[in-house]
Design a protein around this ligand. Structure first.
Ligand code: HXC
Ligand code: NAP
Length: 270
């Protein structure tokens, strides 16, 4: 480690050597960093999101790291398309060991102002999308050692003003995590979620942040007094999907600098 929250990019012990990973929403932000970390650890990575350009750019970066990588542009709300992408991943790499459902949609809007379709869009991307991925993947990853991981948010357990759509969707993701963990544990499949706090330099924080003064006040309200890094979430994802976490399932890992200890409802100030 180069300081207390940045990993030295040359670090690469091969924790994911030979593992095949399907990663939804891994073409930007936090999830892309997870893809990069897993690739550096020896994984074969298949990424999926809507934009062909973002898929191509990510695959290029992962191959540049020496990893086997591919991807497909798919909207997670379409089950047949998700199923096709997962089939392509399995055809290419012969097996499936790890599944990430990281895709999400977010905007700030009051429950009395947003349309029914606006609410539905976020629930469909975050919650139905996670179900679609898990449902299509489980038959290919139905074996001991398989790891399923969703990315949730503090909104799942803390009510936030102007985030009713996100709170409802992510609460569903938490419950889906626990139900699948219970149903699939007998096959040796582990199902967990990570709940990141505010992560610097991400689309999510761009959409939720107000003025620099508000952001500073918000940071002072966090136990660790700073935002997290994408790398810190990738570290947690690596641990929870590795055999080092082999007795961990149905868990919502809060990697959030203490966000849920206090009032972190930044949207209240917007
Ligand atoms: C109110 C809005 C809106 C806004 C869109 N809509 N933006 N309503 N306020 N700001 C409405 C539209 O009018 C439409 O309703 C409906 O939502 C669907 O919009 P589309 O643009 O047609 O949908 P789509 O192309 O599917 O886009 C989905 C999206 C978009 C969620 C709206 O923003 C998106 O693609 N986001 C992906 C990237 C993203 O959000 N990243 C951040 C994730 S971070 P009508 O009625 O007009 O049809 C995150 C952080 C959580 O989740 C925690 C942080 C601490
Ligand atoms: P981001 O960069 O916007 O990443 C979202 C990803 O999802 C992109 O790859 C996007 O690619 C994909 N995506 C969106 N809609 C999709 C759809 N309909 N079908 C398929 N893919 C879709 O966001 P981020 O800020 O890094 O957040 C990543 C995850 O962390 C999300 O689950 C978010 O809720 C969670 N989170 C973030 C924070 C934060 O501080 N940023 C905090 C807590 C939780 P395309 O545009 O190509 O589809």
């Amino acid at each position: 480690m180069t300081d207390n929250h940045t990993r030295n990019e040359t670090y690469s012990p091969g924790l994911m050597k030979g593992k095949t990973c399907f990663m939804s929403g891994a073409t930007s932000g936090i999830n892309r960093q997870i893809a990069v970390r897993f690739a550096m650890e020896g994984a074969k990575v298949f990424v999926m999101s809507r934009s062909q350009d973002k898929v191509d750019d990510t695959v290029k970066e992962l191959r540049g790291l020496g990893a086997e990588a591919d991807g497909m542009a798919v909207d997670v709300r379409s089950y047949p398309d998700v199923d096709l992408a997962i089939q392509k991943c399995v055809e290419l790499y012969g097996k499936l060991d790890m599944v990430l459902a990281g895709q999400a949609g977010n905007f700030v809007a009051g429950a009395a102002q947003m349309s029914s379709n606006a609410f539905k869009s976020v629930v469909d991307i975050d919650l139905l999308g996670t179900f679609n991925i898990y449902r299509a993947a489980v038959e290919h990853a139905n074996k001991p050692g398989a790891a399923f991981l969703a990315i949730t948010a503090p909104q799942a357990t803390q009510p936030h003003m102007f985030q009713s759509h996100v709170c409802a969707a992510k609460a569903g993701v938490n419950m889906l995590t626990k139900c699948c963990a219970m149903e699939w544990g007998k096959s040796g499949i582990r199902v967990n979620a990570i709940s990141p706090g505010p992560i610097d330099d991400t689309e999510g924080m761009k959409r939720l942040s107000g003025s620099p003064a508000i952001v500073e006040k918000y940071k002072q309200g966090l136990a660790l007094k700073r935002m997290g890094t994408k790398d810190e979430i990738a570290d947690a994802a690596l641990w929870v999907c590795s055999d080092a976490a082999r007795y961990v399932t149905g868990t919502i890992l809060e990697i959030d600098g203490g966000t849920v200890l206090g009032d972190s409802s930044m949207a209240m100030e917007l």
